[in-house]
Design a protein around this ligand. Structure first.
Ligand code: B12
Ligand code: SF4
Length: 500
């Protein structure tokens, strides 16, 4: 990292602990976009990627070698450090990282952002050593904040900011979202070490992607109101999209600069506008660059039809994912408010078959009202579809209708959710009253997944890996849990306050 005369900001990803070695070598888009926006505004951002990996029993830790990190900070002398917390499950590590950095560099202003700080702004600011917290979309607010830091003034009027002044906590609501996303430069991939992104090897067991790929975010937010989704807290309720031309220019640029043809579209709702979807897919076809696509965040089933599926295939999609969530219509459409008829699921699946496009699906387990018979219906649907499925435990994030329901029924405690002990990625889930049932139901879905989709699974490079297969089987038989004790063990070992 070079030390230049322009004001400097260092962005960091949060460390994390998983029960799968699922590491995104590319830093999250949050800091890649924040960095590119800061660069556009004349500042000098840098990104220091996670540099430490450790296997601890059945767990996988991705974090920092603190000695190296501190050396970078001393060399760069940033005027601000920003840390992103993109998943609630990372909060205990983000929180500790702020404490460790603050102890070693008390004069550098620390700012945090991302979904968990956005969901619990007061808690996250007061329980960490961050000086500032940005609620939701951060490009514009962080620039305003940085100007205040450089001028040594307090950011009272900045949109979506939380900070302390004297003993008072200021919480400015998030009101403004960037209307024209084409104004934001492409993510700052050029700030990431080559060896970091070249380490990208998808360890996803189900996808057909292999090797280097770039994430593409072509729109922000989604107008649907699924009862388990709190994404709108970060990006508002209105869908905002980049133009097809802007998206195609990014694909063209990245494929030329990095000689990479693989792109993962990670939008919340990529295909909401049929006209824009077709324009993007036609544009990719016209490029004639042998581009390959996947959609790991899922496409909204209602936006797909025969024509769109055909275009995806022609544009180079290796597979598309759709979020079905349950085979039971009541759970899907009443409990989750997905508004997808079973016939529509089959219509899209049949279109994929017709056009030779592989399909992946998302199912969830553990909704209020879930029972042996609703699980039977999910299994029946899996048998009819015969495609690989990602199975997740229904998680009541704050800001969702499901959260209100779980709290009202006493099924979860607010403090547990606040502390980041969410059930995503099988974090301590014993807080859920019917946890034992959920584990049994999930096992049934996992077995059905292998039973009905094995010919397709065998085409996924990650599935054939022996380690991965061993983990899959042991995960079904002995589902691993990340407990509070294990988290504390990792915090003490890798983010100890004694070392800073
Ligand atoms: C892309 C994506 C993924 C990708 C990659 C994620 C990554 N590591 O980069 C993949 C497909 C791998 C993925 C997987 C999962 N995901 Co996901 N994912 C998303 C998605 C759709 C977009 C994230 C993104 O890149 N946004 C674009 C950037 C620009 O926005 P942003 O991250 O919000 O950042 C902005 C602001 O928050 C703020 N900001 C953020 N950080 C910082 C830091 C500072 C200093 C400042 C100032 C500001 C700031 O400014 C940024 C720029 O505007 C979000 C939903 C969403 N729209 O955010 C879900 C989301 C993050 N995922 C979610 C979940 C649950 C998962 C899974 C756990 C699902 C599962 N059960 O398997 C897995 C976890 C995987 C893992 N390894 O941990 C949840 C997280 C909920 C939570 N509270 O934890 C979300 C919010 C969707 C939802 N509501 O359900 N996901
Ligand atoms: S379709 Fe996806 S992004 Fe939109 S509300 Fe539902 S879960 Fe959230």
């Amino acid at each position: 990292m070079e030390h230049t005369e322009k004001p400097r900001i260092l962005f960091l990803n949060s460390p994390y602990l998983l029960i799968e070695p699922f590491h995104q070598h590319m830093p999250p888009l949050s800091i890649l976009y924040l960095a590119s926006y800061m660069e556009k505004c004349g500042y000098t951002p840098a990104i220091y990627s996670l540099d430490t990996f450790a296997q601890l029993g059945g767990m996988f830790y991705f974090g920092y070698n603190l000695e190296n990190l501190f050396k970078q900070i001393k060399e760069m002398k940033p005027q601000m450090i920003g840390i992103t917390c993109v998943f609630s499950s990372r909060w205990p590590f983000t929180q500790r990282l702020t404490q460790v950095i603050k102890k070693a560099f008390p004069d550098i202003p620390l700012v945090i952002g991302g979904i968990h700080p956005t969901t619990f702004p007061e808690h996250c600011l007061t329980s960490s050593s961050a000086d500032y917290l940005i609620i939701g979309e951060g490009e514009e607010s962080v620039i305003e904040l940085f100007k205040h830091i450089l001028a040594n003034t307090k950011p009272y009027g900045v949109d979506g900011i939380v900070f302390k002044d004297e003993d008072r906590l200021y919480v400015n609501e998030k009101k403004h979202f960037i209307p024209d996303l084409d104004q934001i430069p492409f993510p700052a991939f050029h700030l990431v070490d080559e060896k970091t992104y070249h380490a990208i090897r998808t360890q996803d067991r189900i996808s057909q992607f292999k090797g280097l790929y770039f994430p593409l975010l072509t729109s922000r937010s989604c107008p649907n109101q699924c009862t388990f989704c709190n994404m709108y807290l970060c990006h508002g309720k209105q869908w905002r999209s980049r133009s097809a031309e802007n998206v195609l220019a990014e694909i063209d640029y990245l494929s030329d600069k990095y000689k990479c043809r693989q792109f993962a579209i990670v939008d919340d709702n990529f295909s909401l506008s049929r006209t824009r979807t077709i324009a993007i897919l036609d544009g990719i076809i016209a490029m004639n660059k042998d581009i390959r696509l996947i959609t790991p965040n899922g496409l909204s089933v209602s936006t797909l039809d025969d024509e769109v599926v055909k275009k995806f295939k022609r544009a180079g999609a290796l597979e598309i994912c759709i979020a079905i969530e349950s085979g039971n219509e009541e759970i899907r459409n009443v409990v989750y408010n997905k508004r997808i008829k079973t016939e529509k699921v089959y219509e899209v699946a049949d279109a994929c078959k017709r056009h030779g496009l592989s399909l992946r699906t998302f199912f969830m387990v553990g909704a209020p009202g879930e029972s042996d018979s609703t699980i039977d219906e999910s299994i029946q649907m899996m048998r009819r579809l015969r495609v690989p499925t990602y199975i997740n435990i229904t998680t009541p994030y704050k800001g969702t209708q499901l959260y209100d329901y779980y709290i009202e029924k006493g099924m979860i405690k607010k403090e547990d959710v606040e502390a980041g002990f969410s059930v995503d990625l099988r974090l301590p889930a014993e807080q859920l009253a019917n946890y034992e049932n959920i584990i049994i139901w999930r096992r049934r879905l996992q077995i059905a997944n292998i039973r009905y989709s094995w010919p397709e699974l065998l085409r996924s490079p990650g599935f054939l890996n022996l380690n991965s297969l061993a983990r899959l089987i042991s995960g079904i038989i002995f589902p691993a849990k990340i407990t509070h004790e294990r988290i504390n063990f990792v915090l003490d070992k890798y983010l100890s306050l004694k070392n800073s």
